[in-house]
Write a new protein. Structure first.
Lengths: 236, 236
DNA sequence: CAGTGGTCTAGACCACTGG
DNA sequence: CAGTGGTCTAGACCACTGG
């Protein structure tokens, strides 16, 4: 039973993948442009482009429009926990950039997650999280305002769990999370320097204090090609 | 600051997404063909196709080549645990199809995961896991042969954990897993009835007995558009 | 201003499915 | 055998970046 030959775009993707894994194309180096690749292989630009899009979806390369396409770094192993700690554990330098921070009237989803009652407010903030300067995730976090007076006046950089522990005596001991793969929308893709509709991992999570109180609700949107998640679970 | 209009393929994707979320296009119903969509909207087929590929990567629709494109079901909420139990918890019917089962000399990765010594063999098997008849995951599982004599002669259907408990007294109490997003290769994509290079979630996991012995190593490859994962973690 | 990727056109041929 | 999605061509114009 003769198998049909693989389509051209997959053969080209395999060639490039081998060159990346073999070290001929090293981290950060530029791939040939779509036009050059097409010409040198005798295919149309759309076919060369298709091959590169496969590698992009696999996380091997990333676009830096309109400068070119470059070989990506290997993935960061992450656990559900402190972003700063997890990145540092991999030997990379964690970083963050505050996008916004404000007091809000919570939406229904946030109210329920934090078990808020009456007219309780929340302190909300969004940060871009980086590793060695590269965008990894957009983190949107909500804390009960009653539990965190004056939080918005603090420097919201680094580990928020450390800040909450030192400032308010709130200690994170347990987290509950949901992970799903989504396509990045226009705004998120731009912030993460990713391609529109590239795969992202949306982590929706709640963090609990020693006494079982949920003190944090967060939605973290990761570039799927930059991380892998490690989890432990009691089963049976 | 006037913003540029969104590209045509994104506007078309949004239109279709709204129709799906609004119920005008219900689960299982067919989308217009790429050619029909292109003609009715006055764009080229490649542009209509691009829009549908966005929805496919978001999990809203799936292809059933060459029959057409159809509206997908909502995602299954999964935890690290028994596939059968998790699917049943959602009210769907779990199913499986045995792809192969055999005794093997373990690879280095399997040997290390199961902490095997000397010339210890493993019982290996691969199953397609389904929910209401739809392919959800390909599960490749390894058990120490010494722990599971005669396993390959058993009917390898349903929950393997139940089988191991009843037959060998091995009880799953803890699991450790890694989740990463990958692109589906040709074989996996075909088995999962997914598009080549569509996003998959590779779950690499180890399961432990009451006494802390690792008795199972598995690689589960999920269609990313069919599931979401829920996890709990001790942190700090 | 040269070169990049992003988008788009208007075609073509293919394998495969179901009626 | 009609119709589908899968692949591919050979072009085009665009916004944007860096030198």
């Amino acid at each position: 039973m003769p198998t049909r030959p693989a389509p051209a775009y997959l053969r080209i993707a395999s060639q490039l993948r081998d060159q990346i894994e073999g070290g001929e194309l090293s981290t950060g180096s530029a791939l040939p442009s779509e036009r050059d690749l097409a010409e040198s292989l005798g295919v149309s630009r759309m076919t060369a482009r298709h091959a590169i899009m496969v590698l992009e979806s696999e996380g091997y390369v990333y676009r830096h429009t309109p400068r070119g396409t470059f070989v990506a770094s290997p993935r960061l192993p992450m656990r559900i926990g402190s972003f700063s700690d997890e990145v540092a554990r991999s030997g990379a330098e964690p970083g963050d950039e505050l996008l916004w921070a404000e007091a809000q009237t919570p939406t229904q989803a946030v109210r329920e997650a934090l078990a808020l009652r009456g007219r309780a407010k929340v302190h909300a903030m969004q940060r871009l999280r980086t590793a060695d300067g590269a965008a990894v995730a957009i983190e949107t976090t909500y804390f009960p305002a009653a539990l965190t007076p004056g939080l918005l006046a603090e420097p919201l950089t680094g580990s928020l769990w450390s800040l909450l522990r030192d400032r308010y005596g709130v200690v994170a001991v347990h987290a509950s999370a949901s992970l799903e793969v989504v396509a990045l929308d226009e705004v998120s893709a731009r912030r993460l320097a990713a391609r529109l509709a590239a795969p992202g991992i949306l982590v929706t999570r709640r963090t609990f204090d020693r006494d079982g109180t949920c003190f944090e609700f967060a939605r973290d949107l990761y570039r799927a090609d930059r991380v892998e998640f490690r989890v432990d679970a009691q089963v049976g």
